[in-house]
Design a protein around this ligand. Structure first.
Ligand code: KG4
Ligand code: ZN
Length: 362
């Protein structure tokens, strides 16, 4: 059974993984530079790329060690081609190309979102992946994307995208306004657990039947609500340690909860519209923001109500990781694709997801 080595460096993480032909994740290592970017409130691309290059030898060694294999056991190499930060993509893609070329292994340049799309079928604890059906609807919620796709065999059709901010990005920007360190999304979500959404309701988009997402209006409303609290004399920057019992006053938690409620409702609303328009049997939900607690609580009920089978990405595989990249490549290998030319594959900061099957290398 071919072992695929996956590499993912599209944003700030340095990730490597080994996945076998049954989709079993033998090792998945994600080294993040979160602490490094905390003082800046966000990712600094130039620093990220340099850090990734520096982190690679350690991440690579650790991945092989955890998988319990040597490089000679690897049968194919996969790396993220795009979209993402170009300098960061270049690091991982170049490493993957060099490894594949030097060992004469098949090479797969993988679209980052194709990785996320199939990740809900990966499992934890070294279990083989669940069977991927021939057709399903994929919802990807992350810091760069909020999109819905129809997957049918090897064809991926984009059904909906965001017109402005991605959902995770809106969480990040709201958190940044309140002085939270990067990445703000998970923190806003955790703090929202202490709030009551009904005490701080936020509007949602007017009810049309359109499928597109939009989070920038919601973010602007939430920031407007922060300003209102400030005018009323409420402290809106952490007044105590963030990991302590009570870093903010109650109205801030309520605001976070109201914001999260509106964001999650928008996601469920689009799924309902889509299901009305073209019913689907299976929904696979992935991406960093698929870790959102409220979304994870509400999706099963939505799926049950609409008679839809739900595949919710395991938390360990929700954020950027290389197991999903190796898994997507493994699926292509299983379809008999030869892979991409390791001497020619080019990183792309913007990259359409629909692409023709790769030609055999020269
Ligand atoms: O998939 P990912 O790791 O990277 C991208 O491809 O963007 O997603 C990262 C995004 C960030 O915006 C982060 O704040 C958001 O996912 N995120 C969350 C949560 N956990 C991560 N957003 C809301 N609630 C969370 N629990
Ligand atoms: Zn991602």
């Amino acid at each position: 059974m071919t072992l695929v080595l996956g590499i993912e460096t599209s944003c700030d993480d340095t990730a490597a993984a080994v996945v076998d032909g049954s989709g079993r994740v033998l090792a998945s290592v994600v080294s993040s530079q979160l602490a490094q970017f905390a003082p800046y409130g966000g990712v600094v691309p130039e620093l990220a790329a340099r850090e990734q290059l520096a982190a690679w030898p350690r991440v690579f060694e650790e991945t092989l060690a955890r998988a319990g294999v040597g490089l000679e056991a690897i049968g194919a190499v996969a790396a993220t081609q795009g979209p993402g930060l170009i300098g960061s993509l270049l690091v991982g893609l170049s490493l993957g190309r060099a490894l594949a070329w030097s060992r004469r292994l098949p090479f797969f340049a993988v679209h980052h979102l194709e990785g996320h799309l199939f990740s809900p079928y990966l499992r934890e604890g070294g279990e083989p992946a669940l069977a991927v059906p021939d057709g399903f609807v994929g919802l990807v919620v992350s810091g760069g994307h909020t999109s819905i796709y129809a997957v049918s065999g090897a064809t991926i059709e984009t059904l909906a995208e965001t017109r402005d901010d991605a959902i995770g990005e809106a969480f990040d920007k709201l958190g940044k306004r309140l002085g939270l360190p990067y990445p703000q999304g998970p923190r806003v979500d955790a703090l929202a657990e202490r709030g009551e959404a009904a005490r701080s309701p936020l509007p949602r988009l007017a009810g049309t039947e359109e499928l597109f997402f939009s989070f920038s209006g919601l973010k602007t409303h939430a920031i407007g609500a922060v300003e209102k609290l400030e005018r009323a004399g409420v402290a809106t920057t952490p007044t105590a340690p963030l990991d302590g019992p009570d870093p903010f006053p109650q109205p801030v938690y309520d605001l976070f909860a109201g914001f999260r409620e509106s964001a999650v409702r928008q996601v469920l609303d689009r799924l309902t519209r889509l299901h009305r328009r073209r019913p689907f049997a299976e929904l696979a939900v992935s991406g960093g923001a698929a870790a959102n607690r409220e979304l994870r609580r509400r999706l099963p009920a939505w799926a049950h109500e609409h008679g839809v089978e739900l595949r919710l990405v395991p938390l360990v595989h929700s954020g950027d990781n290389a197991a999903m990249i190796a898994f997507a490549a493994g699926r292509r290998l299983a379809r008999g694709e030869a892979g991409d030319d390791p001497l020619a594959a080019a990183a792309a900061s913007r990259l359409p997801i629909a692409r023709p099957p790769a030609a055999a290398p020269a």
